[in-house]
Write a protein that binds this ligand. Structure first.
Ligand SMILES: [Zn+2]
Length: 93
């Protein structure tokens, strides 16, 4: 009987830990409310830091809005590169 109680406590603790992880994720600046980013909503269908790499529908890792235009990125690294100097990528035709 004690073993069952112990397992229940462990399960509760694991559940509590998961909840804490979710809370820390929610505190991150990355938006979690948009699970699918449509290419049609973006100013460019390419990941600008990658150059000519076309973004895959449904595989857009993150977005950033500059001057009212939303740009999509294949990865968080690309978003960071873009955020560091957006003008560097936006001067391209
Ligand atoms: Zn990229």
């Amino acid at each position: 009987m004690k073993r069952i109680l112990l397992m229940a406590v462990v399960a509760l603790l694991l559940f509590a830990c998961n909840n804490n992880t979710d809370k820390s994720d929610a505190a991150n600046p990355a938006p979690a409310q948009a699970p699918v980013i449509l290419k049609a909503s973006l100013a460019s269908t390419k990941c600008l830091p990658c150059g000519d790499m076309e973004l895959e529908e449904g595989a857009i890792a993150d977005t950033m809005t500059v001057d009212g235009k939303t740009y999509g990125f294949c990865s968080a690294e690309c978003k960071q590169a873009f955020a560091a100097n957006p003008a560097q990528f936006l001067t391209q035709p």
